[in-house]
Design a protein around this ligand. Structure first.
Ligand code: 5AD
Ligand code: SF4
Length: 493
């Protein structure tokens, strides 16, 4: 893959005397400049508004919360996409339909941008790490103002500055991470829960997957940094933490900075980190995402077992049930190993919810391979499975291999969905009649007398309550299962 640096930030910005050369001072400098600009506009009766449209995974959702934090520190206010002066698309490229959705949005914004010449459109995230896509966007959507990638989110204020003051496109895409600057002060969708990145990138190179090419090599944050973040989130009212990484079970193979904790205990890895996070005061729930089956250790299972704060939910992408397909995918486990792992997890954690990702139509997949996938689905009894049609990603090995015809793939996809849904529906019902601890998240959209919350295993529950309970844990008796959610009654304690 072409690894060019694309940057048109004028040289004078890199060398001008009063601009700090190092981060985070440089970011603070531009943040202040934009803040002044936004305040000037406000004084003239015009408040500037932004929208961030997010595609893709939890990592992107969390990156968007941090960009929102930056924009609000600069004085921007959130607005719907069609009304915003600044629209940023945080993109995903894991499947082709994510790319198509971006092009759809850009097509819709074009006439709005023609009417409002002050409107600024930016695109960041995984799609921008693919040079051929950047070239296509620059050609076909030349009205887009700002482009940046996955390694330089923190430079949003400077890119905005270049666009506003130079009145030209601001494009900066780095082929690999240069420096790491954490963005402080995310604007969280829910004040009481937050993601925390524990690592970036992926080293696994599954043969269908674009992620290692657009998110780079695996690098872990130090336990010190992570624990500091969680502590300050807890002080800010966060009750539930989601530890994020493409493969959290290989946490600790390559640290970004020196760490005293690691120096004292070189064996320190994900289970230790989980235990340390659970001990922080104020944190009631800890989740993590995503686990690669090849790296999920018995030690991790034991740590979950003895820590009630760790949610009873493991997302364990299986991708395929066929050992031959798994080999071609470079997943490094067999059908039997996956099933044995599921058995070990269920034996130690009977109340666990197991969810998974499954792909159909990987190059060379036969009907027999597909039957193996159905077999694992039936045996593993997933509580929920996210099903995908294989999508050819340019630059990955599998894109070059012989593809399965579309009609065959669609037929398999429908058959898979039927089995998956039937099992998930049945599994959801198994907690009926029990009492669960539910984190109340929001007022129910249809019925304001109800609150909607989540159980530790991630199932939704609707129950009578008032908004003052939002952000607290409520004991709820699960009266009725409705397939993928529950209705219940709060239990008086
Ligand atoms: N096509 C279809 N699905 C994919 N995924 C990753 N790459 C592809 C692809 N090329 C799925 C995997 C992964 C989830 C996040 O997306 O199932 O676990
Ligand atoms: Fe992609 Fe495989 Fe890495 Fe997951 S583990 S991000 S599927 S390469």
């Amino acid at each position: 893959m072409d690894q060019r640096i694309i940057s048109n930030i004028p040289e004078e910005y890199h060398v001008a005397e009063d601009i700090p050369v190092t981060e985070p001072e440089r970011q603070a400098f531009f943040l202040e400049r934009i803040h002044t600009y936004v305040e000037q506009n406000r004084a003239e009766g015009r408040s500037l508004r932004y929208a961030i449209v997010t595609f893709g995974c939890q990592m992107n959702a969390y990156d968007s919360e941090r960009m929102k934090g930056l924009l609000e520190q600069m004085g921007y206010e959130e607005a719907p996409e069609e009304e915003a002066d600044l629209v940023i698309f945080n993109t995903c490229t894991v499947r082709e339909n994510a790319n198509q959705r971006l092009y759809g949005h850009l097509g819709q914004l074009k006439p709005l941008k023609q009417q409002n010449r002050n409107m600024i459109i930016g695109i960041c995230g995984c799609m921008m790490q693919q040079p051929e896509i950047v070239a296509y966007i620059r050609k076909s959507f030349s009205f887009v103002d700002i482009l940046f990638g996955t390694y330089n989110l923190h430079r949003l204020p400077e890119l905005l500055y270049v666009r506003l003051y130079e009145e030209k496109h601001a494009i900066e895409i780095l082929p690999e991470p240069k420096e790491h600057v954490e963005i402080k002060g995310a604007k969280r969708k829910f004040p009481f829960k937050s993601g925390v990145n524990i690592m970036y990138g992926c080293n696994n190179f599954c043969t269908y997957c674009i992620v290692p090419y657009v998110r780079g090599r695996e690098r872990s944050r130090t336990p010190e940094d992570i624990l500091k973040d969680v502590r300050s989130l807890a002080e800010d009212g966060v009750r539930e933490i989601m530890l994020l990484g493409q493969n959290v079970n290989s946490y600790g193979t390559n640290f970004m900075e020196p760490s005293e904790i690691i120096a004292a205990n070189p064996e320190y890895s994900f289970p230790e980190l989980l235990e340390d996070v659970c001990q922080l005061p104020g944190i009631d729930r800890v989740r993590f995402m995503t686990s690669h089956p090849k790296d999920l250790s018995d030690r991790l299972i034991q740590v979950i077992q003895r820590n009630p704060k760790i949610c009873r939910h493991i997302h364990l992408p299986m991708q395929s049930g066929s050992t031959e397909v798994l080999r071609k995918m470079n997943r490094r486990y067999t059908k039997e190993q996956y099933l044995a792992l599921v058995e070990r997890i269920r034996a130690s954690l009977p109340d666990i919810s197991l969810t998974t990702d499954i792909m159909v139509g990987f190059p060379g997949e036969t009907e027999e391979d597909f039957q193996d996938t159905l077999d694992v689905v039936r045996k593993a009894e997933f509580d929920q499975a996210y099903t995908f049609i294989y999508s050819r990603r340019t630059g990955t090995p599998a894109a070059e291999w012989e593809q399965v015809p579309d009609d065959v793939v669609k037929d398999r996809f429908n058959r898979l969905l039927e089995v998956v849904n039937e099992i998930a529906h049945r599994r959801c019902g198994r907690f009926e009649g029990t009492t669960a601890e539910v984190l109340a998240e929001e007022q129910n959209a249809q019925d304001p007398g109800l609150l909607t919350g989540r159980m530790g295993n991630n199932l939704l529950v609707h129950f009578p309550g008032d908004p003052s309970q939002i952000g607290t844990m409520v004991q709820v008796s699960l009266t009725k299962a409705h397939g993928f959610y529950y209705t219940g009654e709060p239990v008086k304690v």
